[in-house]
Write a protein that binds this ligand. Structure first.
Ligand code: PMP
Length: 349
């Protein structure tokens, strides 16, 4: 089946909204086409105008800095929006399914449910690899989308790139590789050439983690041109606001500082892991390729509550597969990390 045939029939036939400005181009003198206000009353220069629906400047910067070719790139209101757009392009409500590989990011299932799309679960192996069962499932059940998160949330483990590419080749549906945390383990990155080699392979990236822009809401999708064109038609015409795009452009122009911060976060992560592993009552500190890691406790609920009493919030993941007893801890500033370590030492003394 071609990518086009995998799309919902109503989306194949979709007559998209067209902005007059897209047709006229960006270099006209007078724009009286979009019922805007002629000048800002408050806020920054240009905020009275709708933003560029194609995010051309941002896609050009993402090509330069992230290696996502503009012709394969869709910008989303966070990568969460791109997950939703993919489900809406491919999955017929009440009929189609997606495949997820627990333990993994919960939003794939939530967004599938919102769209009345079934969720098939096929656990990863304990080491974080794709299970052989997933190969059988995609052939038998034909989920339209299969989500692989690498590095994975909540485990922090990377899934081997060769494994992902081999699965995507065998999978008759679309394989979506969520690389939200890939800046912390760049060797595992799926590249534009990989996407060019397989039109059913889609990659998601975000500015929310290493790029320090969770508040701005900017994510990127790298896909074949056919999916990119359809995502452009399905998304809200002005899905990413001007301040968010400006913030993302500034961050991409500061790539060196971002990379230095990323190295610092990895250093802090390993410092925290060592200090926490030295606490006798801690069962295990798991390895991680991301900016968080799992710690296994005898009574994670009690540790969670005791940390909260000290004003520190972590994430209880103890009910997730393979994560029994585990709290997920994000790496913060050195001061925050020291406070967390001291608090654990006191709680578990
Ligand atoms: N994917 C993963 C694996 C995540 O952990 C998150 C956020 N926690 C997202 C996607 C969503 O990121 P965004 O802020 O770009 O919507």
């Amino acid at each position: 089946m071609s990518v086009y045939e995998l799309m919902r029939p109503n989306i194949q036939r979709l007559e998209p909204y067209k902005c007059a400005r897209d047709e006229a181009g960006p270099d006209m003198d007078v724009y009286l086409d979009a019922n805007e206000n002629y000048a800002p009353v408050a806020g920054e220069e240009g905020i009275n105008r709708y933003p560029d629906s194609a995010a051309a400047r941002l896609r050009a910067a993402a090509e330069q800095v992230l290696g996502i070719p503009a012709s394969l790139c869709t910008v989303g209101n966070g990568s969460d929006e791109l997950i939703d757009i993919l489900i809406r392009i491919f999955c017929i409500p009440g009929r189609d399914s997606i495949l997820v590989m627990p333990p993994t990011y919960g939003e794939y299932s939530v967004l599938a449910s919102v769209n009345d799309v079934a969720v098939i679960k096929c656990p990863l192996t304990r080491e974080g690899a794709i299970s052989q069962d997933a190969y059988d499932l995609v052939r038998k059940e034909r989920p339209k989308l299969s989500f692989i998160c690498s590095p994975n949330n909540p485990t922090g483990l990377i899934c081997g790139k060769e494994d992902i590419l081999a699965f995507a080749k065998e999978n008759p549906g679309i394989t979506v590789v969520d690389q939200a945390y890939i800046d912390f383990a760049p060797a595992g990155a799926i590249t534009a050439d990989d996407v060019r080699d397989n039109e059913r392979l889609v990659v998601l990236r975000t500015m929310s983690k290493a790029w320090a822009l969770a508040g701005a809401r900017v994510g990127f999708m790298m896909s074949c041109e056919e999916i990119r064109a359809k995502a452009y038609d399905v998304k809200y015409p002005y899905n990413v606001g001007l301040p968010a795009m400006e913030a993302a452009l500034q961050a991409l122009a500061s790539a060196e500082a971002v990379r230095a911060r990323t190295c610092e976060i990895i250093r802090l992560r390993e410092w925290m892991r060592q200090r926490i592993a030295a606490i006798p009552a801690v069962i295990e500190v798991l390895p991680s390729d991301a900016n968080f890691f799992l710690v296994r406790f005898e009574d994670p609920g009690a540790v969670y509550r005791a940390l909260k009493d000290k004003g520190i919030v972590v994430r209880d993941r103890s009910r997730e597969l393979y994560c029994q007893g585990c709290l997920r801890i994000s790496v913060g500033s050195q001061e925050e990390d020291e406070r967390l370590v001291r608090a654990l030492e006191e709680i578990l003394a």
